[in-house]
Every structure is written in structure tokens, then in C-alpha cells.
Design a protein around this ligand. Structure first.
Ligand SMILES: [Fe+2]
Ligand SMILES: [Fe+2]
Length: 257
């Protein structure tokens, strides 16, 4: 029985809607060019939601006694990542994606410290999709963020490589929250507190990325630095190699790598 109720198949069409032509819909969707936006680093840096997520993640880490992962850490990482892109003359869009990845790389700590690289990547997917970013670019940003952890990370694209270098080199006294770091038994606090200066430079001609640290050996012997940062420095070397460069580490004026 059709809608008209007269039992004749097809007669209902004359008074109702046209039936859906799925084939035509599919063909139209395939031909339609999606409109995506080139989301910029500046836009992300000033986004209230992003800033709140960074602060929320840092509050969680503070409660667990971890070093500073707030805006100061994030902006140092972003500046350093974008500086490396500029010095190695990588494409401007890669520089932007590296800055965006750097800004979002630790937001997953608002979920949990464990696997935060992966949760940060999924937070980035949600946020950047809502901003209308090209999914291919989002995939690159997610890969960069998801690969910044030294246990599982690999330099899988330019943004990932510079993020590794920028994040793993951020060892600094000001990141320690403990008021009595000399007394603390935590080696991360001790090594960060001992690091009074951290500079990264890029020699474009020599394709050499150098991390220069000044470590107060009264607080922590250089050996302690290697104890916890060896895996990170090996990761930095892999990242530099991905960028067709070498990585060098200088501590207190002595070249160690
Ligand atoms: Fe992280
Ligand atoms: Fe970080």
C-alpha cells in the first residue's frame, strides 16, 4: 500500500517527496571540495580553551609532584621548536605545525601522566577539527605530539623531530617546584635544579644542533644527568638525524656528544 492509499505502486511519489537518490548524493559529495582553514600558531597560542587545558594539565602534575609543565615550559618548547625550523629553513607551514604541536603536546596530562602523549594527540584532534583544520595537517600534528615521549616516540615528520629536540632539552632550575630541592630525593628535581642555563643553537651551514647546559655539580653530578637523560639525548640525536643534522651536547664547556 502506498501513501496515497490506492494500492498502486509509484502513485505516492506524485504527492510526496522525491525518493532519496543515494547514488547522486555520493557523486555530489565526492565532487565537493571541503573548505579547511590554515589554523595558525598565533591563533592556538591565544586560545582560551588551549590555555585552560595547559593550566589544568599542569595542576594535575603539580599535585603529583612533577616539574613545571605549564605555560612557561610550553612557550619555551614552542619557541625552540619554531627556531629550529627557521634555522634549518624548513617550510613555513611546518614551522606553524611545529608551534601548534608544541603548544598542545602536554595537554594530555590533564587526563593522566601515563600515555599523556597519546591523550594529548586526541585532545589536539578534537580541538583542531573544531577549528576547521585540514585533517591531513591534523594527522601530522597528532603524530608529532604522540611521538614526543622518549619511551615510544620517533621523529616521524619535521614537526615531530623539532618537538623532540625542543621538549627533551628543556632542563632548567626554574622548572622545579620543590622549595627544598637540595634535600629532595627525586633525581629529576635535582638535575633540573642543577641546570642553571640551557641554550640550544643551530649551525645552519654545518647542520649541527647543539644543546649547551650549565650544571651546578654541587647540586647534581653530571653522571646523574646522564642517568635520567641518556634516553632523551639518544632521541634528540635521532631527531637531528631525521632533519639531516647532527646533535651535540656540551655540559659545562665539555663536549660530551
Ligand atoms: Fe610530555
Ligand atoms: Fe613537555
Amino acid at each position: 500500500m502506498n501513501k496515497a492509499g490506492n494500492g498502486k505502486v509509484g502513485e505516492g511519489r506524485a504527492v510526496g517527496k522525491k525518493p532519496i537518490d543515494a547514488e547522486a548524493l555520493r557523486a555530489r559529495a565526492a565532487g565537493r571540495k571541503p573548505t579547511y582553514r590554515a589554523v595558525t600558531f598565533d591563533e592556538i597560542r591565544h586560545d582560551a580553551e588551549v590555555i585552560a587545558l595547559i593550566e589544568g594539565a599542569d595542576l594535575t602534575l603539580a599535585a603529583m609532584g612533577f616539574t613545571d609543565h605549564g605555560i612557561r615550559h610550553i612557550s619555551r618548547v614552542a619557541n625552540r621548536a619554531m627556531m629550529i625550523c627557521k634555522e634549518l629553513t624548513l617550510p613555513e607551514r611546518d614551522r606553524q605545525l611545529a608551534g601548534i604541536a608544541a603548544y598542545l603536546h602536554d595537554t594530555g596530562n590533564s587526563v593522566h601522566r601515563v600515555d599523556h602523549a597519546q591523550s594529548s594527540a586526541l585532545i589536539a584532534f578534537n580541538l583542531l577539527t573544531r577549528k576547521g583544520m585540514d585533517p591531513l595537517e591534523i594527522a601530522a600534528v597528532m603524530a608529532a605530539i604522540g611521538n614526543h615521549d622518549e619511551h615510544v616516540g620517533e621523529p616521524v615528520n619535521n614537526a615531530a623531530a623539532v618537538l623532540i629536540l625542543a621538549d627533551k632539552s628543556d632542563v632548567l632550575r626554574s622548572r622545579v617546584r620543590s622549595a627544598t630541592p637540595m634535600l629532595t630525593r627525586d633525581i629529576h628535581d635535582r638535575v633540573n635544579y642543577a641546570s642553571t642555563d640551557s641554550q640550544m643553537s643551530v649551525d645552519r651551514e654545518a647542520r649541527l644542533i647543539t644543546l649547551k647546559l650549565t650544571i651546578d655539580t654541587r647540586v647534581s653530578p653530571v653522571m646523574e644527568y646522564f642517568e635520567i637523560f641518556l634516553a632523551r639525548m639518544a632521541m634528540c640525536r635521532r631527531a637531528a638525524n631525521y632533519l639531516n643534522s647532527d646533535f651535540s651536547l656540551i655540559i659545562n664547556g665539555n663536549r660530551l656528544l
